[in-house]
Every structure is written in structure tokens, then in C-alpha cells.
Ligand binder design. Structure first.
Ligand SMILES: NC(=O)c1ccc[n+]([C@@H]2O[C@H](COP(=O)([O-])OP(=O)(O)OC[C@H]3O[C@@H](n4cnc5c(N)ncnc54)[C@H](O)[C@@H]3O)[C@@H](O)[C@H]2O)c1
Length: 341
């Protein structure tokens, strides 16, 4: 392939952000965009020079010029749209996860269609491409902390999402913690074999009405015998709190929050530093751009993608086990072997 001729499906929170980032990348030409509520974004798209717009993603999939589709629709549509895109012979970038289903069979079916079609699929696990987290990962790979023994992830959103959105993209575990399961696996180079979860609604008790929580503490065990801790909240009043620490036999690696300013104030009473960047679009902007560049490179040079379908299945599996742990109050074993596709 010499160039990526792109179709973009879904222009909500994630889609509009990705679209702006995609426009900055050479080797991508945006051919057509689709959203069921295209009228809501039509003016913004025209201002960006994107005039080939449709409400019907099938129209986009039947466009012969398009060789790659980027799927940013709500999670409840991923199974259907990824399957249709694979059948149409398009390469696919899809936001995580692949399905809303706690049963991974639904995602496996999608991956079977992708395999059958022989197209490429990258999953939107953007944090793997975050410069800070990537540096931690590379230092681990280079043996800088000896053998990793424990990963500690703090991942807190600035605020609770609207319930209507949660119903379409999944609750804390399946939407938000999904990234943390992936980063935990990525750092420890091992699959999760056991999960123990404690969580509840300390912020928004009405989340119970939609079977969701806003506060979560997780203990993980990995297949290689190492451990992990994940701490999630839906409301950190000081911003989007994203930190990772990996402890090993020869040292420790830490990625601290990224703030908008490196200026710190020290006086006789206090020390002040800037809050973390407030929202995912800003905090992970370099990561979102890097994941797209990596995808384009993998397509043009026929190289492996940075996060594949199996990665999302393993994260989804951990999320399902955590859900069961919350329901039973007991630790849950997780099958650490990859499924056959
Ligand atoms: N990687 C990340 O950091 C990150 C961040 C935010 C969201 N996400 C993921 O992105 C996805 C979208 O989330 P969001 O918050 O942007 O949701 P959203 O509701 O804001 O946007 C979804 C968009 O898809 C459109 N849509 C729905 N069904 C469609 C269909 N059949 N055809 C065409 N368009 C359709 C909707 O009209 C809407 O504009 C979710 O899977 C979510 O998990 C990932």
C-alpha cells in the first residue's frame, strides 16, 4: 500500500479529536466521513475542508477508493461495524473495546472475520504510545530495573460521564479500566491470571441504577507470578490523574502526571506546581497522534500493529473477571492463555 485512503466512522468525543489529529499526518487522505448524526458536525467538517459526508457508514464501506476505516463510534456498534468493514476488505483502526459483551465470544467472532478477510486491525490502546509510558516500557525492556515484580497504576477521570454515554460505551470497568488492564499487561509482559476487585459508588450513587461504579481498587496477579495494583476513580477534582510505577529487583520506574506547565512556585509557606492536564484529549494528544502514525507505518511497511485484537480480548477478559469479583466478593481466576482465532 502506498497511501492510506481513509474513511472515518463516528464523530463524537473521540472521533472529532482523532479527526483533527489524523489531518496532521502525511500519508493519510481523508476520503469520506460518516456519522448517524452528521448534521451535528457538518459545519465543523466543512470548515476543515471535509465535504464528503454521509449518515450511512455502508455507503463509506462501498467506496472503492477507501482502503482503511477508522471506527470511533460508540462501543455498542463495534461488533457490527468492524465485521462489516472486514467483509468490505478494509483495513481497520477501532477504538477499544471490540464489544460491550462480557462474553468474549462476540469479540472472537469479530476477530475471525478480520482474519478471514486478511485485513489489518489496530485497537485504540493509545497509552502504549504515550511517550512517558513508552519510556517506562523501554527501560524495563532494557533491564534498567532488573526483573519487574509489581506494577502500580493510578488512573482517575476528572468527572463522571453522562449516564446516557455510559450506556453506549460501557461503565468504569469496560470503558476506563480497560486501558489499565492493557497497560498492566504491556509493562509486565505477562497476561493477567487472577483479579480481586473492590468498588462502589462514592461519588454518584445513581450510577447503581445503570449497574456501574465510580471507585475501584484492583489487585492483579500475572501468569509469571508478579503482581499489580490499579486504583480508579471517576472524579479527581485536580484533573486527569494518570500515573504508572513499575518496581523491580534492581530499581523502580515511575511516570508522573503531565501538566500544562513546568513552572513551580516555592515560597516560605508553600510549594505550588500546576495541576495535571485536565482531559484525555489533551493529556494523551501525543499518544493519539503516535498511535495513528504507527498504524499508518504498519500498513505502508507491512509491519505488526502496536495493539492487536488479542490484546483487547485479554483486557476484556480481565474486566469480566473483575466484574464477577465485584459481584461475588471473591478473587477470580483469569484464563491467561490466548484464545484460538
Ligand atoms: N482511547 C481513548 O482514550 C478513548 C477516549 C474516549 C472514547 N473512546 C472510545 O471511543 C468510542 C466512542 O466514544 P465517544 O465518547 O466518542 O462516544 P460518542 O457518543 O461521543 O461518539 C460516538 C459517535 O458515533 C456515532 N455513531 C453511533 N452509531 C453509529 C453508526 N451506526 N454509524 C455512524 N455513526 C454512529 C454517534 O452519532 C456519535 O457521534 C468508544 O468506544 C469509547 O470507548 C476511547
Amino acid at each position: 500500500m502506498e497511501k492510506v485512503y481513509a474513511g472515518i466512522i463516528g464523530l463524537g468525543r473521540a472521533g472529532q479529536m482523532h479527526l483533527k489529529n489524523l489531518l496532521t499526518i502525511s500519508d493519510i487522505e481523508i476520503v469520506q466521513v460518516a456519522d448517524v448524526f452528521i448534521e451535528n458536525v457538518s459545519e465543523k467538517l466543512n470548515a476543515l475542508g471535509i465535504t464528503n459526508q454521509t449518515k450511512d457508514y455502508h455507503e463509506l464501506l462501498s467506496n472503492p477508493k477507501i482502503n482503511t476505516v477508522f471506527i470511533f463510534t460508540s462501543t455498542d456498534t463495534h461488533e457490527e461495524i468492524v465485521t462489516a468493514a472486514a467483509k468490505a476488505g478494509k483495513n481497520i483502526f477501532c477504538e477499544k473495546p471490540l464489544s460491550m459483551n462480557t462474553d468474549e465470544q462476540a469479540s472472537i467472532k469479530v476477530l475471525q472475520e478480520v482474519k478471514k478477510a486478511g485485513v489489518s486491525l489496530q485497537i485504540g490502546f493509545n497509552r502504549r504510545m504515550d511517550p512517558q509510558f513508552r519510556a517506562v516500557h523501554e527501560n524495563i525492556q532494557n533491564g534498567k530495573i532488573g526483573t519487574p515484580q509489581m506494577v502500580k497504576i493510578t488512573s482517575r477521570d476528572p468527572d463522571v460521564l453522562p449516564h446516557e454515554l455510559i450506556k453506549r460505551i460501557g461503565g468504569l470497568l469496560f470503558d476506563f479500566t480497560m486501558h489499565d488492564f492493557d497497560i498492566a499487561r504491556y509493562m509486565m509482559h505477562s497476561n493477567i491470571s487472577e483479579v480481586y476487585a473492590k468498588g462502589g459508588t462514592l461519588i454518584d450513587p445513581t450510577l447503581k441504577d445503570i449497574n456501574d461504579i465510580d471507585t475501584l481498587a484492583l489487585v492483579l496477579q500475572f501468569e509469571n507470578g508478579t503482581y499489580g495494583l490499579i486504583d480508579n476513580s471517576r472524579r479527581a477534582v485536580y484533573g486527569y490523574d494518570q500515573r504508572v510505577e513499575v518496581f523491580g529487583s534492581e530499581g523502580m520506574l515511575k511516570a508522573e502526571n503531565v501538566s500544562g506547565s513546568t513552572v513551580e512556585l516555592y515560597n516560605s509557606k508553600r510549594t505550588e506546581l500546576s495541576n495535571p492536564l485536565p482531559v484525555f484529549q489533551e493529556r494523551y494528544r501525543p499518544a493519539y497522534i503516535a498511535e495513528m502514525k504507527a498504524f499508518v507505518k504498519s500498513l505502508l511497511l507491512n509491519k505488526p500493529v502496536v495493539a492487536e485484537g488479542l490484546d483487547v480480548i485479554m483486557a476484556q477478559r480481565a474486566a469480566s473477571a473483575a466484574q464477577k469479583s465485584l459481584e461475588t466478593g471473591l478473587p477470580q481466576k483469569v484464563d491467561a492463555s490466548y484464545p484460538l482465532i
